[in-house]
Design a protein around this ligand. Sequence first.
Ligand code: SF4
Ligand code: SF4
Length: 473
Amino acid sequence: MTAAPAPTGRVLATLNADGSRRWIRPKPSRGKFWQRRRAVAYGLMLFFLAIPHFRLNGKPLMLLDLTRREFTLFGTTFLPTDTLLLMLLGISLLIGIFLLTALFGRAWCGWACPQTVYMEFLFRPIERLVEGGWARSRQLDKGNEHFHPRRLVKYAIYAVLAAVLGNTFLAYFVGTEQLSHWMMQSPFEHPTPFVVMAITTVAVFLDFTWFREQTCLVACPYGRWQAVLLDQQSLIVAYDPNRGEPRGQPKKALPLAPAAGDCVDCGACVLTCPTGIDIRDGLQMECIHCTQCADACDTVMRKVGKPEGLIRYTSKESLAGHVRHLIRPRTVLYPVAFALFFGGFLFALETKPKADVTLLGAIGQPFTREPDGSVVNQVRIKIANRSRATQRYTVDLEDADGARLIAPELPLNVVNGRTVTTSVFVILPAEAFHHGQKQVRFRVSDGAAFMQEVPWLLRGPEDHDGKREERDK
Ligand code: SF4
Ligand code: SF4
């Protein structure tokens, strides 16, 4: 078999030169940044797990109900008709991400992204614990021992965790009550959600077992955006070549040798990097700004008696010896744009009607006749309660003297965020119709903040006094 040709350019950090997988088992560096990130990570893990259980205004904090096409965020339910609101919120979030990246670089990736949080503070620690440390994991890789008993134990633990995360993921879409109900039943009674949960569990398992850091390197679009989202002033984790170069081991035997840089070329920053890169090569797309290299290097600097911060939070401008400016076009324009769009969103949210009322005609015949000749119109009234509490709606008829309104289900209780359709029947004498029509108005009210009048055209016999119908008999 001929050997694979040698690569001509830089190879992805997770690949060997021959194209095979390079497994990355980073050595943890438990420095000051790691301590802070760990506290944030555990808080976020709890938060991610708890979100579906939290309630606000009697609703889940977040529920993405795809079947009903309703999104509940922070106790407010958005319906399919809320396109403008969702668009304003979506654009605000996007601008917020742009602004955060311009100010703090990829802080999201290193500190808060679920992929990093779970990988670095749950799955990798379990791997090190079960396999006997990062160096032992590397030995297992070298020996191609992917089914070593310790690895099988690790896979089993990963599978349990993936199932927990898969079920939590499903709770974001169906709610915790529904999920608990399903968990008590056989999967055959709810096959579709079960398949969604099973696929999610398998995807989570494969992600943290096999795909791992490649999610950040090749799958996540955010890393690719950084080329345009970062500027010379953005906060980045970077190696200071002015201080570090020329790198090399200190030459104690030659006190008069030219002064070396602070980097002792120990490789600790590379050994600890969860994406397998060398930060001394400059800012790279693969860098998730996790600060592990900064922690590793600080430890080395303390050992060799040099100041910490050879790898640190800085900016390209600062590294070039200039002052970092916080005020610059993008840090002015992004907040202005964010204030405009998010302000627009809040305004639209506060001023939107407290309910949506839609009238629909009868299915089938447009009207029916009573034995006494009077005309019956069935009208279906759809009410979407957009307020923050359950409401009791009444319906009245306007511009219809002599009409009787029969509404078996009124007043109608509608839980906030829910939509209910009810039928009412309007009975009018045939003489009330002119050319087969009678214009009326329905007034829907919750008795407090909401009242809406909706015009509606009732249908009746063609001849306004009913004589044509009599003639036709
Ligand atoms: S850890 Fe610091 S001293 Fe060691 S190679 Fe990296 S930059 Fe140089
Ligand atoms: S280069 Fe440093 S900050 Fe970037 S991913 Fe690697 S360890 Fe984290």
